[in-house]
Design a protein around this ligand. Structure first.
Ligand code: ADP
Length: 473
């Protein structure tokens, strides 16, 4: 089974969120399942510099004036990769846009290129023809369109996985000629989305199979309030839609071997966690009364993540002496509001407005409880890191959070609240605070979480089954 796995980001080279983590880990897990996976990636400098054994596969005719070509090589993660070498498009400060959240204006061409390249690989690189082309998110949404429009015989099957319906890759009609597709495709049955070109819509319309990153999210997005205008199309295609829960890269997120920790620990010998807590408090200059829990957040600071609920809700535990650590970047107004918490509760609250991978590891290891109050959450990874590190997740009842955390009963390994409302979050924080006072119960929850299988192997198995089904095997 040959699979061309296309993604616009990949850990550890380029990552803006969960997609990067998935693309970094899932192909490796698929290889372990015996699948012959190759990657298709944009040629960001971070990727070009890690590519060895290079060989030019061909030029992209549509991007001739930019001298764009496909290079095949081996990334230093061991995977054979096709990379779009086009410095004009990818040699930029960040993958999708510039400061202040503005998209690069030529994103339609930068990512239509993923479609041009996928088609050329299938058509011209005869020594390795994929059975399946598996693309992710709107950046790969045009891949099924170019394959289906231009390859009439023996077209590989296509899968579109979307990690967040809120990011749709919408572009003005004026971009259509540059995409080099028949103008008739610009229709509601094609790539049009309310008068614009929709790359995610295109993928959902054209791919043979659709997947998203948790079973609960797969259901939620078929409803108007979560479907971001595409719920009708998803209801129409519900038979082709599956939710497959993401996993965690257990080589990177493993408290037994994590090089960022002051002391490694495991479910059998959990003692080291306390040392990480002490070190974290010291690093962040927090002075807590002994035996108080530390709550943490590691997140993009955007409305989706529900962190605007936190300043009001967190008071109930801060008044009782708990600690709060926030690591994130995003909306300026929210950053300011969270900063104010630090001023209001000196020695108890630490807010770090930065992206810091190493600190994220130390925070997860040193904390007692990780808060994820998302309004919606397609899958979410941070709650799974929490489970693995004995840092109990406190989450809102939505999407993948529901599919990965058990909030009650004998298998309880986290806390779940229902409403995106500061009061509901506050009550849940209080519940966690009280539970922390009962060490036996707390440690039983930690152990259940740490023993849970959140690795990629189970997910990779589901993808393999889907590949086999699509390829008729
Ligand atoms: P999303 O993809 O919506 O951002 P996920 O929970 O799926 O949410 O993935 C977020 C990823 O980004 C996790 O790996 C998390 O640790 C990481 N992350 C988010 N913010 C930061 C930050 N400020 N510093 C370090 N890592 C971060």
């Amino acid at each position: 089974m040959r699979v061309l796995f296309a993604s616009s980001e990949i850990y550890p080279y380029v990552k803006t969120g969960g997609l990067g983590d998935v693309a970094g880990a899932l192909p490796q897990a698929l290889l372990r399942q015996g699948i012959d996976v190759r990657l298709l990636l944009p040629g960001y400098p971070e990727i070009m510099s890690k590519l060895s054994d290079r060989r030019v596969i061909g030029k992209l005719a549509e991007l001739e004036e930019y001298d764009a070509q496909i290079i095949m090589g081996k990334l230093d993660n061991g995977l054979i990769s096709y990379v779009i070498d086009a410095p004009h498009f990818y040699n930029r400060a960040s993958p999708y846009g510039y400061e202040g959240g503005k998209d690069w204006p030529d994103n339609y061409l930068r990512f239509a290129a993923m479609g041009f390249a996928a088609r050329d690989i299938v058509q011209k690189h005869k020594s390795w023809v994929p059975d399946i082309v598996h693309g992710h998110d709107w950046q790969c949404g045009m891949i099924p369109v170019y394959l289906k429009e231009f390859i009439k015989r023996s077209c590989p099957k296509t899968i579109m996985t979307f990690h967040n319906m809120a990011y749709q890759g919408l572009f003005p009609y004026a971009a259509l000629p540059a995409l080099k597709i028949p103008a008739t495709l610009f229709s509601p049955e094609g790539i049009e989305f309310y008068g614009q070109i929709g790359f995610l819509k295109a993928g959902l319309q054209y791919a043979d199979a659709l997947t998203t990153v948790s079973p609960t999210y797969a259901l939620e997005i078929q409803e108007p309030d979560m479907g971001c205008g595409l719920d009708g199309l998803l209801r129409h295609r519900h038979r082709d839609l599956t939710g497959i829960l993401n996993g965690v890269d257990t080589a990177i997120w493993n408290p037994e071997q994590d090089p960022f920790l002051v002391k490694n620990y495991s479910v059998e010998s959990p003692g080291g966690k306390q040392e990480n807590k002490r070190a974290l408090l010291e690093e962040l200059d927090l002075q807590l009364v002994p035996k108080k829990p530390v709550f943490v957040v590691i997140s993009r600071l955007v409305p989706q993540k529900g962190l605007d609920l936190l300043p009001q809700a967190a008071r109930v535990v801060l008044e009782r002496g708990a600690g709060l650590v926030i690591l994130g970047t995003g909306d300026a107004a929210l950053e300011e509001e969270l900063r104010n918490l630090e001023l209001r509760w000196p020695g108890q609250v630490s807010v770090r407005l930065e992206y810091n991978e190493a600190l994220a590891h130390r925070i997860i290891a040193g904390a007692d409880c990780v808060i994820i109050p998302s309004r919606f959450e397609p899958c979410g990874l941070v709650q799974m890191y929490g489970l693995r590190y004995g840092t109990i997740p406190l989450v809102r009842r939505t999407g993948g959070l529901v599919d990965s955390v058990v909030g009650e009963g004998k298998k309880m390994d986290g806390f779940i609240f229902d409403d995106a409302d500061p009061l509901d979050l506050a009550l849940c924080l209080l519940k966690a605070y009280e539970a922390y006072k009962k060490p036996a119960q707390w440690s039983a929850m930690q152990k259940r979480g740490m023993a849970k299988d959140v690795s990629w192997d189970a997910s990779a198995m589901h993808y393999k089954q889907l590949y086999n089904r699509l390829a008729g095997r």
